[in-house]
Design a protein around this ligand. Structure first.
Ligand code: TYM
Length: 334
């Protein structure tokens, strides 16, 4: 059983990435004790929109340090950097050629990011359109069973299954069909200052985005200013109270308590007091993690050894798979 997922090193990790994705990876590994976790840093995905070369390397170290701080053991699991394994881009090329362009043009994330770039007067990189083929390669090369992700990746996972099926139908069985694992609550953590929009690294302002590197004081201030509503009751009602419902979900995930219990416990609190409770709980959750990340970042040589060992283990799985794919398509493999 293999559980695979990744994060782009576009900037720092935010609370949405952490509780929507990384903590779900932990849960999945707990559920499937004998599973191997394959967690990578999706650095080729990070250049599908304009990026800063000076920051890329640091962001890669940071994500790796975050994985280790989260407790994923690189001896037991496979942790690596995507660009260190060329099998991904090679398979992505083949997968692209098998993908009808309309499948990619209908992707919501492509349409949203394309619109944003257009509004900023920037050109649209082709990689923004073809990105899901690389994501499919990331997943399919490892005979992945489960892919734990946030809601915004659902469509990419559906595409991954569709293209795997299409290639299997055309060339004979090559790929295993993976299953997406998406949280019922917390798959889409919202921006605190704009709770109808998801918390995102590409937000125009970071007022409502909690980064794992934020100081305790900054976290506190961001929660204090979180946008709520005039209903003045702590209850789970995402339609009419998106802000307060988002806070309830966050509290539920960082304290590991069901939504109903949170609502029972805090329904009589006023918003200011409730925000304080959530801020404190998030601080307690992030503080040890932040300290561990800093410890790992102080040992870059160790991070580099870990990346090297990780990619060797990754290639032991991905290279034979790529060879099978190429043979099925009629290539000579030498
Ligand atoms: P990325 O880097 O945008 O996000 C990493 C993970 O965090 C989840 N996420 C959220 N979850 C809840 N609330 C939010 N506000 C929130 N924002 C982000 C994402 O759904 C994701 O699970 N294409 C992927 C990276 C990737 C990948 C893969 C993932 C590349 N190849 C193969 C799985 C399998 C991405 O851009 O994630």
């Amino acid at each position: 059983m293999r559980i695979l997922s990744g994060i782009q090193p576009t900037s720092k990790v935010h609370l949405g990435n952490y509780i929507g994705a990384i903590s779900l990876w932990e849960e999945e590994l707990k559920k499937h004790e004998n599973a191997t976790g394959i967690f990578f840093i999706a650095d080729y995905h990070a250049i599908t929109v304009p990026h800063d070369p000076k920051q890329l390397k640091e962001a890669i170290y940071f994500i790796l340090a975050t994985y280790l701080a989260a407790g994923f053991n690189p001896k037991k699991h496979i942790i690596f950097v995507q660009s260190h394994n060329p099998d991904h881009t090679e398979a992505a090329w083949i997968i692209q050629t098998q993908t009808p362009i309309g499948w990619l043009e209908r992707m919501t994330q492509y349409k949203d990011k394309r619109k944003k770039l257009k509004n900023e007067g920037k050109s649209i990189p082709t990689g923004l359109l073809t990105y899901p083929a690389l994501m499919a390669a990331d997943i399919l090369l490892y005979d992945t069973d489960i892919v734990p992700v946030g809601e915004d990746q659902r469509q990419h996972l559906e595409y991954t299954r569709e293209i795997a099926q299409r290639i299997n139908n055309t060339y004979g069985n090559v790929f295993k069909l993976p299953t997406a694992q998406i949280r019922k609550f917390g798959a889409k953590i919202m921006d605190l200052s704009n709770p109808t929009k998801k918390m995102s690294k590409s937000a125009s302002s970071y007022k409502g985005v909690i980064f794992v590197t934020d100081s305790n004081d900054k976290i506190y201030q961001k929660f204090k200013r979180a946008v709520t509503d005039n209903i003045n009751k702590v209850q789970y009602n995402p339609q009419e109270q998106p802000g307060i419902s988002n806070l309830i979900v966050i509290l539920s995930l960082v304290t590991n308590k069901p939504i109903e219990n949170i609502v029972d416990e805090y329904s009589h609190y006023n918003y200011a007091k409730f925000k304080e409770i959530v801020a404190q709980a998030v601080i307690s959750y992030i503080e040890p993690l932040r300290a561990k990340i800093q410890e790992y970042l102080a040992h870059k040589d160790m991070l580099e050894t870990s990346m090297k060992e990780g990619v060797t283990k990754a290639r032991e799985i991905s290279t034979p798979k790529l060879t099978i794919l190429k043979r099925k398509l009629g290539y000579m493999t030498i």
